[in-house]
Ligand binder design. Structure first.
Ligand code: FAS
Ligand code: PHB
Length: 389
């Protein structure tokens, strides 16, 4: 079998790239190791930058988002009993963020991909990449006991942090930067009305808390927890009690609790691999970088990679412009590092993870500054809505 592009991973990055290449008439196949149902049931991000919304519309997958997405014109920062709303549009030319779950984004892209009719292979086992540093790369996978080998021009590694793509690169050819945070996030999804109309990030003496949503009847909440904590240590009641303890009373008194539909603990890390191009193999999304979910950047950063990669691939196939692939790595990493900085900054600012009283005072002073200074509010707003592509 031959394809112009083999995409590894049918998460949001792989599906978006596949749909964009479909529209450009560039033949491609997506190989996904999990089942379709497993991928479509994943619960992850919830806040989309305007560039992400625009890309979904550009790809042809924005109709439901336009109907069901909820525009947020501000974001809330809580510390102690203080609750400050940061307006997003005033200093960003009217930009907003949109509450719309990654689960829905993946479903919309999956539906578009099926409509396009291009091949997406789920339950593809033992995907392996060969000769990506030559002009004849191949990708093989196993299914139903047989092995399929695909020759191609380019390989897009969209297979996430634990994928095979980055793992296939010789250690001497890649540089990794990583920071592991000494805490995790315990997340709960519930069919209860959100306590606030816009996201709340709370720095409380007992630890960080986040109030978000998937709709006006479905909420997503997180609390900072120890790295070695277990979901089974947390009954629903214990979660709701702890969440209330970490919010200003004006919010805690208003929370409507209910049974958890999903409860999980995610670790937090900052990670970047450089460069993003290795011959005919290009890395994108979580395969290339990971951010702590504070600031809601993971999914959005994956999509900005795909924006750059899609245009580089179009140039490559239209003009056999090999430099476009090098430029992809350079261009994507510029936005990656600036977004890594914001996610690291907001994580440090809103979480409690060392008992240094001076550090805590610095965080409180920073929170007081950014919420009382026009320049501070503008800086937070322009990073939260997403930096220009
Ligand atoms: P993904 O990891 O989504 O997709 C990669 C795909 O590749 C998966 O379907 C995987 O099964 C497949 N794959 C892996 N190895 C393979 C192989 N060898 N062969 C074939 N396929 C393979 N971001 C936010 O902004 N907010 C959040 O709240 C948030 N919460 C998160 C919670 C968790 C538990 C995780 C892991 C991430 C979270 N993120 C969050 C970040 C997340 O949204 C990612 O940024 C986003 O999924 C990135 O999309 P992809 O790059 O497509 O990677
Ligand atoms: C979410 O809605 O899941 C969400 C919102 C904001 C974040 C992280 C996650 O920073």
């Amino acid at each position: 079998m031959r394809q112009q592009v083999v995409i590894i991973g049918a998460g949001p990055a792989g599906l978006l790239l596949g749909c964009l290449l479909d529209n450009a008439g560039i033949d491609n196949i997506i190989l996904e190791r999990q089942t379709k149902d497993y991928v479509l049931a994943r619960i992850r991000a919830g806040i989309l930058e305007q560039t992400t919304v625009d890309m979904l519309h550009y790809a042809g997958a924005g109709a439901r988002l336009a109907q069901e997405g909820i525009a947020h014109h501000g974001v809330n920062i809580a510390f102690g009993q203080e609750l400050e709303n940061i307006a997003l549009g005033a200093s960003t030319g009217g930009k907003v963020v949109t509450a719309y779950g990654q689960t829905e984004v993946t479903k919309d892209l999956y539906d578009l991909r099926m409509k396009n009719g291009s091949p997406t292979i789920y339950s593809a086992e033992n995907v392996s990449i060969s000769d990506f540093d030559t002009s004849n790369p191949t990708v093989s996978y196993e299914q139903d006991g047989s092995t399929v080998t695909i020759s191609c021009d380019l390989i897009a590694g969209c297979d996430g942090y634990h994928g095979v793509s980055r793992a296939s690169i010789p250690k001497s050819a890649i540089t990794a930067f990583e920071k592991i945070y000494p805490f995790g996030w315990l997340g709960v999804l519930s069919d209860t009305p959100p306590v606030a109309n816009e996201v709340v990030y709370a720095n409380a003496p007992r630890g960080f808390a986040l109030c978000s949503m998937r709709s006006m009847t479905r909420s997503r909440y997180y609390i900072q927890c120890d790295l070695d904590d277990k979901v089974e240590n947390w009954s629903d009641d214990a979660f709701w009690d702890e969440l209330k303890r970490r919010l200003p009373s004006q919010l805690a008194d208003e929370i409507i609790t209910g049974p958890s539909l999903e409860k999980s603990i995610a670790p937090l890390r900052s990670f970047v691999a450089e460069p993003l191009r290795f011959g005919r193999l290009l890395l994108a999304g979580d395969a290339a970088h990971v951010v702590p979910p504070t600031g809601a950047k993971g999914l959005n950063l994956a999509f900005s990679d795909i924006h750059y990669l899609y245009h580089a691939m179009k140039s490559y196939f239209a003009d056999h412009d090999d430099s476009a692939l090098d430029h992809y790595s350079y261009q994507a990493l510029q936005r990656v590092w600036k977004t890594e900085r914001f996610s690291w900054y907001l994580t440090n600012l809103t979480h409690r993870f060392n008992d240094d009283p001076f550090e805590q005072r610095m965080k409180e002073a920073e929170l007081a500054y950014i919420t009382s200074s026009e320049a501070g509010r503008q800086t937070l707003a322009e990073n939260y809505v997403g930096l220009p592509l």
